[in-house]
Ligand binder design. Structure first.
Ligand code: PA5
Length: 445
């Protein structure tokens, strides 16, 4: 289904490390399976592909159908783990130009993932004259960015459809029992979906958090879950037959022994861009703590070979590269013959574009390895629901293992609070007044 290829690793990791790491991986795996390691309250995602709530899954499918039938647009409000996975899957499986496609599913707009008035206002203009629904996603219900955006879009809906009509168009994905959003949803009668207690934001794409917007986009969420389920089975193996072991062990050794500080995730499909954003949060938030962790970065090839290629090839040798490759495209585009051959490309005439891409991938691989950048290749099958479900679960599982190898809690994010406290203090939130004065004095020098 998915293979992690390590052909270049002999050069970078000549000493055997697999046997030495195996007991630690076994231990890490056991912590994940038995929920006994650091952050054990948040490992509900491990068995999710088997244990997900089937009744809720059916409700998600029904809600998606309803939105498809009564709305020309869906506004998805969320940030971080309550945003990136859905956008990643929709762009990867439908298109980054999804809203421009001829289709029988609603346009989907993402807001509440920042505080830009420009960005939010643009979406307000775009949905102003169409029938739309809102899916507000927030586990805590109090995250500033989505909560502020929700005020605006709720007001728009209520003006357009009245309070009762709006309530039928608002779908809230939040905690099952607690929080501001849950209370509001109950009071107003919104349909609600659950972010399970034991699943953190960045591991939540295969819950209602990701599944509702993904289903609205017309993506087969059963096949997505089936792919995750298959990978869940594969990841049960206590050995290097488990691709998550291979990935976790190799990146850990490159970090620990070879001075690699940055991992770039590369893909040759532009539609994968938001999956790399999702991956960056997953690994950055899970591992970047206690002064440790590879910095997760991303590139889109071949475009970025013309911008970042120089640094990758010859800049500071702190990089390792993980390349996600998909199987051949269903689109066969032979390069056209040109009588004048002004660009000298007639030697490619008749060759499919995919063939050209393949040579670019292989050529880049060889060049980067030669330049001192270890390359791991994650070879996937066809870019479809099943493959992506498997890839998502693979990255999540490997991330859990990898965090434990590093010795950190892969399921908390204490560092995220620092900016929030400062922002609240500067905004004058009650209870933060003294802190606000101190911060303003600091800013004035
Ligand atoms: O992974 C995480 O925990 C974060 O990215 C959260 O998902 C993000 O901050 C949004 O939080 P909430 O869903 O509570 O609004």
């Amino acid at each position: 289904m998915l293979q992690v290829k390590l052909d270049s690793m002999k050069t970078f990791l000549p000493l055997p490390y697999e046997d030495a790491l195996a007991p630690r991986l076994k231990q890490a795996q056991n912590w994940l399976k038995t929920a006994t390691g650091k952050g054990s309250d948040y490992v509900g995602w491990v068995n999710l592909p088997e244990n997900y709530d089937k009744e809720e899954f059916t409700r998600i499918q029904a809600a998606a159908k309803r939105i498809q039938s009564d709305s020309q647009a869906l506004v998805v409000i969320g940030i971080g783990g309550s945003y990136l996975g859905a956008r990643g899957v929709i762009e990867c499986l439908r298109s980054p130009n999804y809203n421009l496609l001829k289709k029988d599913t609603p346009n989907i707009y993402f807001v509440g993932n920042g505080l830009s008035a420009e960005a939010m206002g643009e979406v307000m203009d775009l949905v102003q004259d169409v029938d739309f629904s809102v899916n507000v996603i927030s586990k805590s219900g109090t995250t500033t960015e989505p909560a502020v955006a929700f005020r605006f879009f709720r007001e728009m809906l209520e003006k357009k459809y009245g309070e009762e009509g709006a309530a039928k168009r608002i779908y809230a994905t939040t905690d099952k029992a607690r929080g501001a959003l849950k209370s509001l949803a109950d009071a107003k009668g919104y349909e609600t979906f659950v972010v399970p207690d034991d699943v953190g934001g960045r591991y939540s794409v295969l819950t209602a958090v990701g599944l509702l917007p993904i289903a609205v986009a017309g993506i087969d969420i059963e096949a997505l879950m089936a792919g995750a389920q298959e990978m869940h089975g594969i990841c049960q193996q206590d050995s290097y037959a488990n691709p998550a072991w291979v990935y976790a062990a190799t990146r850990y050794e490159l970090y620990r022994r070879c001075g690699k500080k940055v991992e770039i995730l590369a893909c040759y499909e532009p539609s994968f861009r938001f999956m790399t954003e999702w991956w960056k949060q997953l690994y950055g938030e899970s591992e970047g703590k206690e002064g440790k962790g590879l910095f997760p970065a991303s590139v889109e090839f071949t475009a970025d070979l013309h911008s970042m290629g120089q640094y990758i090839q010859e800049g500071e040798r702190i990089l390792m590269e993980t390349v996600v490759r998909f199987g051949p495209s269903a689109r066969e585009y032979p390069v056209p013959y040109d009588e004048t051959d002004g660009d000298g490309l007639n030697f490619l005439a008749g060759k499919p574009l995919d063939f050209v891409l393949q040579q670019a991938m292989d050529g880049t691989y060889l060049a980067h390895v030669e330049g001192g950048v270890p390359n791991l290749v994650i070879q996937c099958g066809k870019k479809d629901e099943r493959t992506l479900g498997g890839l998502i679960y693979f990255f999540e599982y490997a991330c859990g293992l990898s965090g434990y190898l590093l010795g950190v809690n892969p399921f908390d994010q204490p560092g995220v609070e620092a900016y929030k406290k400062n922002m609240f203090a500067l905004l004058g939130k009650p209870g933060y007044e003294a802190m606000g004065d101190a911060l303003r004095a600091k800013l004035q020098g």
